[in-house]
Design a binder for this molecule. Structure first.
Ligand SMILES: C[C@H](OP(=O)(O)OC[C@@H](O)[C@@H](O)[C@@H](O)Cn1c2nc(=O)[nH]c(=O)c-2cc2ccc(O)cc21)C(=O)N[C@@H](CCC(=O)N[C@@H](CCC(=O)O)C(=O)O)C(=O)O
Length: 327
């Protein structure tokens, strides 16, 4: 099992992310994933700062998308980060947050097809190939080629696909070296992994890293851990399709009330509405012993990388220290 940690450079600034990553590295966490949303600090400079302050930690965006960045831009960034970090760069890429892209006047048309093309172009450019006109639907480069940057070695830069829906999970298996699946509960991996497996078998892929991009809240005091987990569980519940809510046996009427309260920014009401069921469905939450058991459950479900995602717990430094003891 490898472990990752996620930071959202919105609620934490660059200096804090760098310090948390140094602490995570000292606790033998393997990967740092920095989220990418237009309204937060940009992940590229944050990742550069992390690369310069660490020595063994692998790091990458978790995740970019091909609506706000071109494949050529992402390839150039990934190879530059790889040069700065002396070969530790990974690239997380996904469809993009379809609810926020319209805020940038972007109409996220055919996100899955676009993602597939972008991955092909990024891989070609990172390998040093000249990408000729190929009649593709979205990125029909004509003679694009990366120069002036040290290109990664033979294996290239590992591409992880941020995926939740079945088509993107399949794409991850076909074109990715790994997947970053926004889920914390084994029930979701029981659905996702067979889709990925069928795709990797189709292309004869032997190694694939199934990443559980969890929402984590750890604290010695379980009540405090649950309190810190509530708001994230609420947002995930509110943004989840009905089929997912039913998979976890959630009360649809209660989730509708949570959604309403979030829309009113009534976080007090949200705290009263979120039950252990939503917390259980969408986070890994509790004391170190509980988290250790949750990690074992995810391992049994076939997960190969557990990414400890926001909020981490009531106190992030304390959470990273506690995680260091359970891995
Ligand atoms: C597009 C969407 O795919 P999805 O995998 O469910 O995407 C939901 C999220 O994963 C996506 O919004 C991600 O960008 C969210 N996301 C982040 N999004 C961000 O913007 N920033 C982040 O930092 C970020 C991190 C992140 C980490 C892990 C993770 O799993 C997701 C993350 C979907 O609806 N997929 C369906 C297919 C929908 C479909 O068919 N769409 C097309 C047709 C098919 C085609 O595109 O050709 C259409 O609409 O016409 C499916 O997979 O079955």
């Amino acid at each position: 099992m490898t472990y990752g940690i996620e930071f959202v450079p919105g609620n934490v600034n660059v200096k804090q992310v760098v310090n948390y990553c140094k602490l995570a590295e000292s606790k033998d966490i393997d990967y740092a994933w920095i989220t990418n949303h237009y309204n937060n600090r940009h992940c590229y400079p944050v990742l550069t700062a992390v690369a310069q302050a660490t020595t063994t930690l692998k790091m990458g965006p978790g995740i970019m998308n091909s609506f706000t960045d071109t494949p050529a831009g992402m390839a150039s960034f990934a190879c530059t980060l790889n040069e700065i970090s002396d070969g530790r760069a990974v690239l997380g890429i996904g469809p993009g947050d379809l609810s926020t892209l319209p805020k940038l006047a972007i109409d996220p048309v055919k996100p899955v097809a676009r993602l597939g093309e972008a991955i092909d172009q990024i891989r070609a450019l990172c390998s040093g190939a000249e990408v000729k006109k190929s009649g593709l639907q979205f990125f029909d480069y004509d003679g694009a080629k990366l120069t002036g940057v040290t290109l990664p070695g033979k294996k290239g830069i590992p591409v992880y696909v941020g995926a939740q829906g079945p088509k993107v999970l399949e794409l991850a298996g076909l074109k990715g070296d790994g997947a970053l699946i926004n889920a914390s509960n084994p029930k979701d991996f029981d659905v996702a992994i067979p889709i990925i497996k069928a795709a990797t078998e189709k292309v004869g892929k032997k190694n694939f890293d199934v990443g559980a991009y969890t929402a984590l809240s750890i604290d010695k005091d379980e009540k405090k851990a649950k309190k810190a987990a509530k708001i994230v569980a609420a947002f995930i519940a509110a943004g989840s399709p009905e089929a997912l809510l039913q998979r976890h046996g959630l009360d649809l009427a209660n989730v509708a009330k949570i959604k309403d309260a979030l829309a009113r920014f009534d976080f007090g009401a949200v705290g009263g509405l979120v039950t252990d069921k939503e917390i259980e469905a969408f986070t890994i939450c509790g004391t170190p012993d509980i988290i250790r058991q949750k990690c074992e459950d995810l391992t049994k479900a076939g997960v190969t990388q557990i990414i400890f995602g926001s909020p981490l717990g009531p106190d992030m430094t304390n959470s990273i220290r506690l995680l260091g003891k359970i891995m």
